[in-house]
Design a protein around this ligand. Sequence first.
Ligand code: NAD
Length: 392
Amino acid sequence: MIIKPKIRGFICTNAHPVGCAASVQQQIHYVQSQGALSVKPKNVLVIGCSTGYGLASRITAAFAGGASTLGVCFEKPPTETKTGTAGWYNTAAFHQQAKAAGLYAKTLNGDAFSNEIKQQTIDLIKADLGQVDLVIYSLASPRRSDPVTGEVYKSTLKPVGQAYTTKTYDTDKDKIHDIALEPANEDEIQQTIKVMGGEDWELWLNALDEAGVLAQGCVTTAYTYIGKQLTWPIYGQATIGKAKEDLDRAAKAIIATKARLKIRAYVSSLKALVTQASSAIPVMPLYISLIYKVMKEEGTHEGCIEQIYGLFSEKLLADQPITDDMQRLRMDGKETNDATQAKIKALWDQVTQENFHELSDYAGYHHEFIKLFGFDVSGVDYDAEVDPLVEW
Ligand code: NAD
C-alpha cells in the first residue's frame, strides 16, 4: 500500500514502516557519532521502549554502550489493511539493527502494569541475561489497571486548586484560542497519581528484586518533566505534576528497601519536546512551538536522542552525579533557565492567531510530530508501495 499520514486531532492514526526505520537509523547514527559511553551498562531493561524517550534510551544503551536490551511496550501489530503503530515499526527496526550489530534485543509487547508482563520479563532475564544493571522506566499512559484489584484508573490533565484559563493552539483547526480548565477533584488527582506516579515503578523494582535479577549496584531512573511558570499551572503544579512528585517518593523507597544492592534510583527531568504523550497535553503544542523557535535560535535545541545521550554520558551512569536538591538528575536546564524562559514568555504574551506562524516554529513542531509516525523523514519515498506487514 501507499501510506500517507492520517491525522485526527492530536494523533496520527497510521504509521510508515520505512519512515520509522529511517528515523531509528538516524538516532543510531547520532549516538554513534557522539562516541561510546565511558561507563557502559551491560544488560538493560527499558519499560516503555518503543517511542519517545524510552526508545532513545534503548538506542543509547545498545549503540553507544553495546548493551543487551530487553524492552517492554504496548503497540499494535499491522494487518493486511491497516498499518501497525509507530512503536511497532520502531521496535522492528531496532531489532533488525541490533541483530546486524550482534547485539541481544528482545521485546515483550503487552501491559507493563500487569503482573503477567512483569513475570514474563523476569523469566526472560533469568533465561537470557541473568541480571539487569540498568532499568529505565519510561511509560506514558492515560490509564492503568491495578494488577491486584483489576480496578482501572484514568489520568486527567487538569489544574489543581483553582481553575486556569490560558492560551492553547488547536493543531487540528490551526487556531489559537483560550482554554478554561476546571480544577481537578481529589479523586481525579488520586487516579492520576495511580497511573503516572511511582507505584508501578516501585512494583517493577520490587518484583525484579524478589526474583534476584537486579545486579549489585543497579541503576534505575524514571522520567519526569518539571518545566517552569508557563507550564506549571497545567503540568508541574497540576494533576500530572502531582503524579510526577510521587516519583520522588518512589525513588527514595526503592533506594531504602534495596540498600543491600546499593541501588541508585533517580528521577531524571527532561526537556519538553514532541512525543505522542506530550502532543495530547493542552498548551504543550503552543509552548513547544515557541521553545523550538527560541532554542533553535540559541543553538540549544535538542530532541529525545540528544537529551538521552547527554543523560547517559554525563549523569545517569556516573558514580556520583550532580543532582538538584531533590536528588534528581536535571537535563532540562537549557529550557528552564531564566534567560530562555524570559524569551519564551515574551513570545507567549505576544502570540495571536495572526502572528502564530511567524513567532513560533510550528513548522518544526509539525515536522517532528509527523516524523514520530515515520512521515517527513528525509530520504524516504512516500509515493512508493510498502508492505505494512513487518514482524519482529
Ligand atoms: P511516548 O508516548 O513516546 O512513549 C510511551 C511508551 O510507553 C511507549 O513505548 C509505549 O508503548 C509505552 N506504554 C504505554 N502504555 C503502556 C503499557 N500499559 N504497557 C507497556 N508499555 C506501555 O512518551 P514519552 O513522551 O517518551 O514519555 C516517556 C516518559 O518521559 C513519561 O514518563 C513522560 O512523562 C516523560 N517525559 C516526557 C517529556 C516530553 O516532553 N515528551 C518531557 C519530560 C519527561
